[in-house]
Design a binder for this molecule. Structure first.
Ligand SMILES: NC(=O)c1ccc[n+]([C@@H]2O[C@H](COP(=O)([O-])OP(=O)(O)OC[C@H]3O[C@@H](n4cnc5c(N)ncnc54)[C@H](O)[C@@H]3O)[C@@H](O)[C@H]2O)c1
Length: 262
């Protein structure tokens, strides 16, 4: 028996990066996975990887900021795989790097896909989970929701789930649904921000490593492992928690400590 035998999971933004790693990890432990992305080709590719490893997956296209599409993604996932046990709110995006450069559209887009979309997906899975009296929801936050490290609208949005998972935990814990948060540090993915930063400085990840007490930035698999724990029965007493997976970045200011110690 593996932790996810007979379980089903839906992962938003599952087509690449951290979402892809979460899909592959949950499937490798036995889950049937709905890979949701607005990029259907990317979702298909991940579902194909799972199928070729003898797993079970369905690829679904949805823009998770659109309430109708979110309702449809849950309906179609459950038609294809059965009732959902796990929801992972992973899709997000950012572009504006300073307060000055943040337009009202940036604000709406970044809060919309990061915060509102997660709320919409939770609302869509909750009736079924409540009826069955069980479920696990994991939100993907960020160190940006804890300390300021750039991208202000995204950071404001990522602070939201810190409180939202607590509200969920208190309100839905008694109904058998646990809600937790994973807050990653810098993770090597090909998202828009890292692609732009890498184009500017191909050494960026190596340079950032000095900020990380463990001496490296993270990998998508580091986050997938944390999600797989929190959504499993091993975490049955963990509810409303934030698991910071950042190699110690936000534990303190390493370069400051080095400087002060001489
Ligand atoms: N990469 C990092 O350094 C890092 C650090 C902290 C937190 N995170 C968080 O991890 C999560 C994944 O990040 P990533 O780096 O893997 O991103 P990514 O850009 O590589 O992948 C995100 C996926 O989400 C999809 N997506 C975006 N908007 C969508 C929408 N409206 N509807 C449906 N799908 C949508 C994209 O098509 C893409 O496949 C995000 O919540 C991000 O904020 C990432």
């Amino acid at each position: 028996m593996t932790r996810y035998d007979g379980r089903t999971a839906l992962v938003t933004g599952g087509g690449r990066g951290i979402g892809r790693a979460i899909c592959l990890r949950l499937a490798s432990e036995g889950a049937a996975v709905a890979v949701v992305d607005r990029d259907l080709e990317a979702a298909n590719s991940v579902a194909g990887e799972i199928a070729s490893a003898s797993g079970r997956a369905v690829a679904l296209q949805a823009d998770v900021t659109m309430p109708d599409q979110v309702q449809a993604m849950v309906r179609e996932a459950e038609q294809a795989l059965g009732p959902l046990d796990v929801l992972v709110n992973n899709a997000a995006a950012t572009s504006a790097t300073t307060v000055e450069a943040t337009s009202p559209d940036d604000w709406d887009l970044e809060l919309g896909v990061t915060l509102r979309a997660a709320y919409l997906a939770m609302k869509a899975v909750l009736p079924g989970m409540v009826e069955r009296g069980k479920g696990a929801i994991v939100a993907i936050g960020s160190v940006n929701g804890r300390v300021y490290v750039g991208n202000p609208a995204y950071s404001a949005a990522k602070a939201g789930p810190v409180m939202w998972v607590k509200a969920m935990a208190v309100e839905y814990g008694p109904r058998g649904i646990r809600t937790n948060l994973v807050s990653p540090g810098s993770i090597r993915t090909e998202n828009r921000s890292w692609t732009e930063r890498l184009a500017r400085d191909p050494e960026i990840f190596d340079k950032l490593a000095r900020w990380y007490p463990v001496g490296r930035v993270g990998l998508p698999e580091d986050i997938a492992a944390a999600v797989a724990y929190l959504a499993s029965d091993e975490a049955s007493f963990v509810n409303g928690a934030e698991l910071v997976v950042d190699g110690g970045l936000t534990a303190g200011m390493g370069p400051f400590v080095q400087e002060i110690n001489g």
